[in-house]
Design a protein around this ligand. Sequence first.
Ligand code: GLY
Length: 238
Amino acid sequence: MSPNKPMSNNPKTYALALHGGAGPVAGRNYDVVEAHLEKLARECETLLSAGRSALDVVEIAVAELEACGLYVAGRGSAANTAGYVELDASIMDGTTRMAGGVAAIRDFVHPVRVARGVMEKTSHVLLAGSGAAAFARSHGYEEVSDPENYYTVPVGVTAEEMRDSHAHGTVGAVALDQSGAMAAATSTGGTFGKLEGRVGDTPLIGPGTWCDDHVAISCTGTGEHIIRAGGAVSIACA
Ligand code: GLY
C-alpha cells in the first residue's frame, strides 16, 4: 500500500489491505475465505474510522487471520518434516521504523502479537525458536494448549498438497490510519514439506515485511524466492 498524496493534507483518510496468501488454485472455491476477508476488512475499517492506530489494526487483523484456521498461518499451519508446526511472523511501524519478528516459534496462538512484543518489550528485532517461545511464555502470550488437536487444514487445501507440494500460504495486513501513520504485519506457517528450522521471508524485516513513511508492504509467496529478490524493502526503494 502506498498513498498517492501526503496524508497530512487529508487527516480523515485511512486505508487497509489484507491478504490471505499467494497462489490461488484454478477451480478451487474461495467463497468462505473471501467472505471472511470481507468481514474482517469491514471490522478493521470500523476501527480505523474510529481513530485506532494502523499498528493496532494490522496486529488485530493478522491475529484473526492466524486464529481462524482458514489460511496457512497460525491454526492453519502444517507440520514440518519432523512432524511439528513452526510459525513465523513480523510487524513494523512505519513512523518509528520499530519492528519485531519471531521465527520458527512453536505453539503460540498469535505469533504476530509475540512479534509486537519483541518490538516493544526488547531491544531486538528478531527472536527465534526456543528463545522466542521463552520470551512469549514469560510475557504471558496465549499458548496452544493442545497442539495435537489445534492445527487444522486450511480451506481448500488437499492432503496431497500438504504432503507433496511446495505450496504455501501467508497472511498479512497493511494499514494507514487517520494520523497518516502506516504499519505492516505478516504471519505464516511457511511452506508445506519444509525442513525443521526452515525460516522464510515472513519474520524478516526487509524481505517479508516493510513499512516506512511512504509505503507499507506484506509479502506472500515462496520465501526463498522473496529473500533472494530482496522482497519488500527492494520494492520500497524502487
Ligand atoms: N512466504 C512465506 C514463506 O515462504 O514462509
